[in-house]
Design a protein around this ligand. Structure first.
Ligand SMILES: *Cc1c(COP(=O)(O)O)cnc(C)c1O
Length: 370
């Protein structure tokens, strides 16, 4: 039996970048500024330059980035925040942690992204205080922020991009980080730009917001660290993680291009045979996942597994059916597209270190099992 294929291959990436990563980490060990060391500021400057946002504020995780964005806007009890039902838990969790109410919005079947028609209907039907929309760039392709901004502006709502899976992606010439007024991203190891632990960042052009994010991530400090002007968090990005990210950021474009090559192979092999992930013209996905839709998903996954081909289900249960969040939804049948996606999606290996032989094996494995 041939060797098992890796779903993600951080080892191969480390071998490629070992000299830079090791040197960057050794520099931190030598200067010893483990919190707010010079690499943190250097990374923030580099992230802003890369994404085209005026300000980048790093923090402890992608979940914290979302929480900080909502905290800074004063979102809390009595507020409604519109989030996709088909997403990772953290999107809804940040809302609930602040005591606000999540309103779950339907997904689109082929792009998996928030359905803006359903969003509009739900805002119109709401009798509550509609405060914010968190759109998610699920699997790496940015949501339609032109339409989302129009909706948010018409209702005086805050618009936040959850770009945990899309950093490195773009819409036309605009990079993720400059598509929405506020962007939250994650550096969890498996994301398109990942560190070696937890990490995240906020990107915005608004200098007042950036200032409040810097305060909130450090316990709500004012000009002095013992002058507390608001309730905040302890959510800084470790200097060591900033050092790792500084070594990885220069190859992100190259890795995203490699993801795109894998995706093009899959598109060609599977066209007409499975539901393909829809691509918007002119958009560049960061391809956090390559996700297909099939009828007998679990049988396909089992058959691939037997051939040493890993796959994953993102996500097996939509938010409104999670037991912790169900009280905020309308139960089974209320968001049929999101529910159907949860039963039919399967994500295949996609990373920059997948060779042609492995890609061929995956394509053959899928086609043989269908
Ligand atoms: C990973 C992820 C997050 C949370 O990021 P963490 O850094 O793990 O806290 C939020 N939203 C989405 C869509 C994610 O995929």
């Amino acid at each position: 039996m041939s060797q098992a294929i890796a779903f993600a291959d951080l080892g191969a990436q480390y071998r490629r970048l070992k000299v830079d990563i090791d040197a960057r980490m050794a520099a931190v060990m030598a200067h010893g500024c483990f919190i707010n060391g010079p690499e943190v500021g250097e990374l923030e400057t580099a992230l802003a330059a890369y994404s085209g946002a005026a300000h980048a504020v790093s923090c402890g995780s992608g979940t914290d980035a979302l929480t900080i964005a909502l905290l800074a806007a004063g979102v809390g009890p009595g507020d409604e925040v519109y989030v996709p039902a088909f997403t990772f838990t953290a999107t809804a969790e940040a809302v609930l942690l602040l005591g606000a109410r999540p309103v779950f919005v339907e997904a689109m079947e082929t792009s998996y992204l928030i359905d803006t028609d359903d969003l509009t209907r739900r805002i119109a039907a709401s009798s509550g205080r509609s405060r914010a929309i968190i759109a998610v760039d699920l699997f790496g392709q940015a949501a339609d922020y032109a339409v989302l901004s129009t909706i948010a502006d018409a209702h005086g709502m805050l618009l936040i991009a959850d770009a945990a899976q899309s950093f490195g992606g773009a819409a036309g010439n605009d990079m993720v980080g400059s598509l929405a007024p506020i962007t939250a991203t994650s550096f969890f190891p498996a994301k398109p730009l990942g560190c070696y632990g937890d990490g995240g960042a906020l990107l915005t052009d608004d200098s007042n917001l950036a200032e409040s994010y810097r305060s909130i991530r450090a316990h709500g400090k004012g000009d002095d660290k013992y002058d507390i002007v608001r309730v905040g968090l302890n959510s800084r990005l470790d200097t060591l993680q900033a050092a790792v990210l500084l070594a990885k950021l220069p190859v992100l474009d190259d890795e995203v291009a490699a993801h795109d090559t894998v995706a093009a192979h899959y598109d060609a092999a599977f066209a007409g045979k499975v539901g393909l992930p829809e691509r918007f013209p002119g958009y560049r996905s960061a391809w956090a996942q390559y996700t297909i839709r099939v009828d007998r998903r679990d049988e396909l996954a089992a058959s691939l597994w037997e051939k040493g081909i890993p796959s994953a289900v993102y996500y097996p249960l939509p938010m409104h059916l999670q037991s912790a969040y169900a009280q905020f939804g309308d139960g089974e049948g209320s968001l049929p597209v999101s529910e159907s996606l949860s039963r039919h999606v399967l994500s295949l290996p996609i990373h920059a270190y997948l060779n042609d032989t492995a890609i061929e094996r995956i394509c053959e494995g899928v086609l043989a099992a269908l």
